[in-house]
Design a binder for this molecule. Structure first.
Ligand SMILES: CC(C)(COP(=O)(O)OP(=O)(O)OC[C@H]1O[C@@H](n2cnc3c(N)ncnc32)[C@H](O)[C@@H]1O)[C@@H](O)C(=O)NCCC(=O)NCCS
Ligand SMILES: Nc1ncnc2c1ncn2[C@@H]1O[C@H](COP(=O)(O)OP(=O)(O)OP(=O)(O)O)[C@@H](O)[C@H]1O
Length: 304
């Protein structure tokens, strides 16, 4: 099964691309890390209680006020609803938590690291479960939409990674604010900038992604050259309109299909040793390319 990592920065268009990939003609299954992260902090979960314990005392608006009960829920009705689960607590106020953790200051970076440590293990477990489900169903490929794909190391498991990026940073902020307004949010330009700065620059992610197409650590005959190898790291520049984005996604998927045809995933599924060897080789290549990229970046920084 082909693991297709999909990443980018906030509001660069990952969800728009994943919507294209999950609908015809691609119709791929999707594992959405943002969605799993939301489920991981629903009232009653372990992560929910950990967040309240750590952030609660210093964040007065951490929990949402529950809306008043609808008129139908009269006291006499409640007598007959013993089988309903007891409320597990008020939902988290995500906007307030976002204000706590997104930004450049040391305090925010520390808080973000704490939040990641609380949520990411649950997201990882849920992702592995979802992957297993896709595997036993014999899926040819699955899209992993993970905003922090490189930061969390999930890129190492992916045969192909697609970064959705924009060249113009102002366009990213504009789209983020427009989406927030359309959803009735009240994000300020300052908050939008802080969110963007809480992740790697998306152009750096694009560079990192292209580094997967052979960073020069393997001899040429092992690394492969040209065409198919380019499908290990692909960048979609999303500065144009949605029609252009759809066309770009089509081109990217043509490359991915040429690299990993369906028959190959059947061989890997039906002959487990072949599947295991292919996955191990993938992992080794991704680790080597990642290290080579880190080393190159350190050397470039040292030159400055
Ligand atoms: C802070 C929270 C509550 C804010 O919620 P909100 O609904 O406003 O944003 P949402 O979850 O939709 O995320 C929007 C985007 O923000 C970016 N983002 C989210 N979490 C992080 C993070 N820890 N670090 C950097 N960027 C992040 C991603 O690009 C994401 O797509 C939420 O983002 C969260 O719980 N983050 C921690 C979990 C996480 O790392 N999620 C990313 C996928 S694993
Ligand atoms: N090519 C495009 N033209 C116009 N608007 C676009 C384009 N691509 C994305 N958008 C809009 O930009 C906003 C952000 O896109 P999207 O939600 O797909 O980003 P995202 O990377 O998934 O964000 P997040 O990291 O917050 O999940 C959305 O309102 C979307 O409709």
């Amino acid at each position: 099964m082909l693991l297709l990592g999909l990443t980018g920065s906030i509001a660069t268009g990952k969800s728009t691309v994943s919507a294209i990939l999950t609908s015809p003609p691609h119709s791929l299954p999707l594992i959405d890390a943002d969605l799993l992260a939301r489920q991981a902090v629903e009232p009653g979960t372990k992560a929910y209680h950990q967040i309240i314990t750590y952030f609660g005392p210093s964040t007065p608006d951490l929990l949402l006020r529950l809306p008043p009960p609808p008129p139908a829920a009269k006291p006499q009705d409640e007598k007959h609803s013993d089988d309903k689960p007891a409320p597990k607590g008020r939902p988290l106020n995500r906007a307030a938590l976002g204000r706590r953790v997104f930004g450049d200051t040391e305090a925010k970076k520390r808080d973000r690291a704490v939040l990641n440590r609380i949520i990411h293990p649950a997201v990882r477990r849920a992702m592995f479960k979802a992957l297993l489900y896709c595997y036993v169903r014999g899926c040819w490929a699955v899209v992993l939409d993970v905003p922090l794909l490189f930061e969390s190391g999930w890129d190492r498991l992916c045969a192909s990674v697609v970064v959705v990026a924009v060249r113009d940073p102002e366009l990213q902020i504009r789209r983020l604010l427009e989406r927030d307004r359309a959803q009735g949010g009240g994000m300020t330009p300052q908050e939008a900038t802080e969110r963007v700065r809480s992740q790697w620059d998306v152009r750096l992610k694009a560079e990192r992604c292209l580094g997967r197409n052979g960073a020069g650590v393997l001899p040429g005959f092992l690394a492969g050259k040209g065409g198919e190898e380019e499908a290990r790291g692909l960048v979609i520049w999303n500065d144009g309109d949605k029609a252009e984005l759809r066309r770009e996604v089509g081109l990217v998927m043509d490359k991915v299909r040429r690299k990993s045809p369906r028959w190959w995933s059947w061989v890997c599924l039906l002959v487990p040793p072949v599947g295991f060897a292919a996955a191990s080789w993938q992992l080794v290549r991704n680790l080597l390319d990642g290290w080579a990229w880190e080393r190159r970046r350190k050397m470039e920084k040292a030159k400055l």
